[in-house]
Ligand binder design. Sequence first.
Ligand SMILES: Cc1cc2nc3c(=O)[nH]c(=O)nc-3n(C[C@H](O)[C@H](O)[C@H](O)COP(=O)(O)O)c2cc1C
Length: 346
Amino acid sequence: MPMICLSDFEAYAKKHLSKTTWDFFAAGADECCTRDENLLAYKRIRFRPRILRDMSVMDTRTTLLGTEISFPVGIAPTGFHRLAWPDGEKSTARAAEAMNTCYITSTFSTCTVEEIAAVAPNGFRWFQLYIHCNRALSERLVRRVEAAGFQGLVLTADLPYTGKRRDDIRNNFQHRLTKLPGGARLLCSEYGLLPNSIDPSINWNDIYWLQSLTRLPIILKGILTKEDADLAVRHGVQGIIVSNHGGRQLDGGPATIDALIEIVDTVQDRVEVYLDGGIRTGSDVLKALALGAKCVFLGRPALWGLTYKVNEETWGLYVHSFSCSQTLGCHSVSGIGRNLVQVSKL
Ligand SMILES: Cc1cc2nc3c(=O)[nH]c(=O)nc-3n(C[C@H](O)[C@H](O)[C@H](O)COP(=O)(O)O)c2cc1C
């Protein structure tokens, strides 16, 4: 089957993964309204295409906190990549390195940070942190991440408790993980972090705690309101990821693309603002950039690509889909602005 868009990779993954794994990747919280809204919200946004603008040369490069990437699409943190492919996160890291983009490695990675760094030594990586109830474990993890050459820490702040994902409960997903070969390793991840050991008491003061541990830039993931965006800036983070965890946590919150504008307007370029959730086409990328995201990140599509084992091809599709910016009249990332979309109709 020719793979020409990300839906093709989705269909492939659905066909080839076990039902339990597919359901885990696809899951949203409760009735999945927010998960689905993440995608639908893009369909309501229309472009304002411009003409006669010399589109003979295209430049998709941009920077994340000063590091250049080849196009403004990175890989969001998702756990348990060995459920999709035996090499797990090592393959993901290699693909991200080959495509010269940013890979945010999850705390629930099923390869160690040292293994990941060894297979893709020149890769640009951030590490996503969940803070453990036992702070000493998190401290040790941060030291390992620094020693392994990761260039940023992404603190996920929208998971005081895990969302209620109905299919995972029906499939007894947690229990089944322990039954897989190497299952205990998978469940605990390399860092001895059981899913229910994330500290639900984390609060704004923990940003200061993290800053006292590391000199790495801190990026806060899970922001959906201007109030929290402003607090994040005041607490000295270097970046914000507008995210609702792919709709897997709170059902009933906004689509991330709908939350983006008030956050960008509040932040006013004081820190970089990124977005994840529901990005499935090149035009979704453009709409998010037009509304002020510096870069977007992919969650589930990276897992589909990993299942097919051609992540490079998956990324190639994204670069290719930037061709829609040629017909939009925009030849570089820096030229993408709010005037390219009909904001009033949002
Ligand atoms: C299977 C799966 C596992 C995830 N694991 C994590 C995780 O370990 N840490 C985290 O911060 N976010 C996690 N997320 C959320 C993603 O980082 C991201 O916010 C979301 O998937 C983006 O939406 P999309 O899947 O529509 O692209 C996970 C998402 C999925 C689908």
